[in-house]
Design a protein around this ligand. Structure first.
Ligand code: ADP
Length: 581
C-alpha cells in the first residue's frame, strides 16, 4: 500500500498531524493532571485542617480513634489514617487499600509540618495531605488523608477530549490529504498509463495538459516526446523501407548470419542463387541453407578469424560463377557475418564469347590471308611470265579478297545490329513480299544447283509490323543456306502460317541436316557445323538473322535431322500485337 503515491504522501502527513495533536494533548494532560493533583492536595489539606482538632482531642482523651477515622473517612470520601509519634498506624479508615508509602513525609509531619504529596501503590497514584496532631504543644501523632487520583473526573474528561481530538484531527488530516493528493495522483496515473501505452508501441498517445503547473509541464513534455518519437519512427521506417527495397532489388545476393550462425537476413537474389525460400532459410543454421562447402568454409574462416574474405565459387549445377565476399559485422555482434554473392556468370560468359570471337576471327582471317600470300608468292616466283596462269591466280586472289570483304561487311553489320545502331523501321509489311523478293533473286542459283525451290503461302496472310528490307535479308540468308547445304536434286520449301497472334515462316530443305549436338549453337557467331561443306561461308549469316528477328520482337529456331534435312523457323507479331514494341 505504501508503494502508492497517494499513501506515501498521506501517511507521513497523517503521522505528523497525530504526533503534533498527541504532543500538545499529552502536554495539556500533564497540566490538567498537575492542576488536579494540586487542587486535591488543597482539598485534603483543608479537610485535614477541619478535622485535625477532633483527632487531637480524641488522642488526648484516649477516645476510639478507629471510629473517628471511619466517621471522617465516610464523610469526606477519603481514606483517613492516624499515626502515633513513632510513625505506627493507630487507626485506618480503609486498611484494604494497602500500605501507605508516606514514611518520608510522615517524619516531616511528626516534626510538626503540614505536608502534602503523592505516592504510587498497586499501579495507582495516591494523593495525600498530612497534619501533625498536637496536644499541649507536643506533636503526639499525625493525621493523613488520602485520595486516589483515579477518582478525579477532570482527568478522565481531559483524556477523553484528547482522544476524540486526535481521532478528529486524524480524520480531518486524512480527508484533507485525500482531497489534496487525489487530483495529483490522478494526473500521475494518466501520465503513467500514457507512458505504458507508448512503451507498447502505441505512438498515437497524446495527453491533455493538466491545470496543475508541474504536472502540466510534464504532460506537455510527454506530448513533445511522443511527437519526436513519431517523427523518428517515421524516418526510421522510411529508411528501413528504402534499405529493404535496395536489398530486395539489388542483383547481388546478401545474407547475414547472427552470433549463433543462423540466417538472420536473406534477400531475393541470395534466395535465387542458393535455391532456397526466404521463409525456410530464416532462423536456420547456415549449413542447412547453403549446400556449397566452399561458401561454408569461407564463412567459417571469416567468423573465426574475424577478417574479410573473398573467393570465386563455381556452382556447376546452376551454371553460376560467383564472387563471394564474407565480412565480419562486429558492430552488430561478435560472430555476426555478412555474405555477399556476386553473380559474375554473365561477365564470364561475355569474356568467353570475346575470347572465342578473337580466336574465331583470327582463324577466319588466317585462311584467306594465307591463300593470298601463297598466290602472291607464286606470281612472284614466275607465274607472272605465264599470262593465262597469272590471270587464274589473279581471279583466285580476287575471290579471296571478295570473301574477306564480305566477312568484314557482315561483321560490321552484325556489330551494328547488336549495338542497336541499325535502326529497324517498323511499318506494316506484307509477309508475302518479304518472302517472294529474295526467293526470286535466289531462284537462278537454286536452279544451277539442281534444286527444286517452292513457295507455299496461304492466301489470307496478315501483314506484320517490320522492316521489309531486314526481313528479306533474313529470308535470303535462310534460303541461301538451304541451297548451300542441299545436294543436287533436293527440294527447298518456303511456307508461312498464322498461329497464336504470330506469323511463323519456315524454310525447310532436304539437305545434309545438322548434327543434334550442334543444333543449339548454330546461331552463334562464326559457328559452322560442317566446315568442309560451308564453302565460302563466314558463319555469321544466322547470327545476323537472329539479331534482326529479335529486334522485331520475334523468335528464330531450327529443327533438323542429320542426313535428312533442316527446317528453320522465325516468328513475327501480327499488326496490333507488334505495335507496343
Ligand atoms: P555460313 O552459312 O556462312 O557458314 P551461317 O551462320 O549462315 O554461316 O550458318 C552457320 C552454320 O549452320 C553453317 O556453317 C552450317 O554448318 C549450318 N547450317 C546453316 N543452315 C543450314 C542448313 N540449311 N542445312 C545444314 N546446315 C546448315
Amino acid at each position: 500500500m505504501l508503494r502508492r503515491l497517494r499513501w506515501r504522501i498521506i501517511c507521513p502527513y497523517l503521522l505528523l498531524a497525530l504526533l503534533s495533536v498527541g504532543g500538545v494533548g499529552l502536554y495539556l494532560m500533564g497540566c490538567v493532571r498537575e492542576a488536579t493533583i494540586s487542587a486535591f492536595q488543597q482539598r485534603l489539606l483543608a479537610d485535614a485542617r477541619s478535622c485535625e482538632s477532633d483527632f487531637a482531642t480524641a488522642f488526648q482523651k484516649g477516645d476510639d480513634l478507629a471510629t473517628l477515622c471511619r466517621h471522617y473517612g465516610s464523610e469526606l470520601g477519603e481514606r483517613v489514617v492516624v499515626f502515633d509519634a513513632q510513625g505506627d498506624v493507630l487507626a485506618d479508615s480503609a486498611k484494604e487499600l494497602g500500605t501507605l508509602d508516606v514514611s518520608h513525609s510522615l517524619s516531616h509531619a511528626l516534626s510538626g509540618e503540614w505536608i502534602e504529596g503523592t505516592y504510587l501503590s498497586q499501579g495507582q497514584l495516591w494523593i495525600f495531605a498530612m497534619a501533625p496532631l498536637r496536644v499541649q504543644g507536643h506533636t503526639v501523632g499525625a493525621l493523613c488523608l488520602v485520595l486516589p487520583l483515579e477518582e478525579t473526573g477532570a482527568l478522565l474528561r481531559a483524556r477523553r477530549a484528547l482522544l476524540w481530538g486526535m481521532v478528529g484531527v486524524s480524520l480531518a488530516a486524512f480527508l484533507l490529504g485525500i482531497g489534496l493528493v487525489a487530483p495529483l495522483a490522478r494526473e500521475i496515473r494518466h501520465l503513467r498509463e500514457g507512458m505504458s501505452r507508448v512503451s507498447q508501441g502505441r505512438l498515437g498517445t497524446f495527453l491533455l495538459p493538466s491545470k496543475e503547473k508541474e504536472i502540466g509541464e510534464l504532460t506537455r513534455a510527454f506530448n513533445r516526446m511522443v511527437e519526436h518519437l513519431q517523427e523518428n519512427f517515421a524516418q526510421l521506417n522510411e529508411e528501413r523501407t528504402q534499405l529493404e527495397s535496395i536489398l530486395e532489388y539489388m542483383a547481388d545476393g546478401v545474407l547475414i548470419t547472427n552470433d549463433e550462425g543462423d540466417v538472420q537476413l536473406i534477400n531475393a537474389a541470395a534466395s535465387r542463387i542458393l535455391q532456397t525460400l526466404r521463409e525456410e532459410a530464416l532462423g536456420k543454421p547456415l549449413g542447412q541453407v547453403v549446400r556449397q562447402h566452399q561458401i561454408i568454409d569461407l564463412w567459417r574462416a571469416c567468423v573465426e578469424r574475424q577478417e574479410r574474405r573473398v573467393e570465386f565459387v563455381e556452382l556447376r549445377q546452376q551454371e553460376l560463377f560467383l564472387r563471394v565476399f564474407a565480412l565480419p559485422l562486429q558492430q552488430i555482434g561478435q560472430r555476426t557475418c555478412l555474405l555477399m554473392l556476386q553473380d559474375l556468370s554473365q561477365v564470364r560468359r561475355l569474356e568467353t564469347v570475346r575470347r572465342e570471337f578473337m580466336s574465331n576471327i583470327s582463324h577466319e582471317l588466317r585462311t584467306p590471308l594465307a591463300s593470298l600470300k601463297a598466290l602472291v608468292d607464286t606470281l612472284r616466283e614466275g607465274a607472272l611470265d605465264d599470262p593465262p596462269a597469272a590471270q587464274r591466280f589473279l581471279d583466285q586472289m580476287d575471290a579471296e579478297v571478295d570473301a574477306l570483304t564480305q566477312m568484314v561487311q557482315e561483321l560490321l553489320e552484325l556489330s551494328r545490329i547488336e549495338s542497336g545502331r541499325v535502326p529497324i523501321r517498323l511499318a506494316p509489311v506484307s509477309v508475302e513480299d518479304c518472302i517472294r523478293a529474295p526467293i526470286e533473286r535466289l531462284r537462278p542459283q537454286a536452279e544451277r544447283a539442281g534444286l527444286d525451290l517452292q513457295v507455299s503461302l496461304p492466301s489470307n496472310l496478315p501483314s506484320v509490323l517490320g522492316d521489309a528490307e531486314r526481313l528479306q535479308q533474313v529470308v535470303s540468308n535462310l534460303v541461301h543456306n538451304a541451297i548451300k547445304f542441299t545436294p543436287k536434286g533436293g527440294r527447298i520449301l518456303v511456307s508461312a502460317k498464322v498461329e497464336m497472334g504470330e506469323v511463323i515462316v519456315s524454310v525447310s530443305d532436304t539437305g545434309i541436316g545438322i548434327p543434334k549436338e550442334m543444333l543449339p549453337r548454330i546461331f552463334e557467331r562464326f559457328f559452322k557445323a560442317d566446315r568442309s561443306r560451308s564453302g565460302g561461308g563466314t558463319g555469321l549469316g544466322l547470327a545476323i538473322a537472329k539479331h534482326i528477328i529479335q529486334a522485331h520482337g520475334g523468335r528464330i529456331w531450327a529443327e533438323s535431322t542429320e542426313g535428312q534435312g533442316s527446317t528453320f523457323y522465325f516468328s513475327l507479331l501480327i499488326g496490333e500485337s507488334a505495335s507496343d514494341l
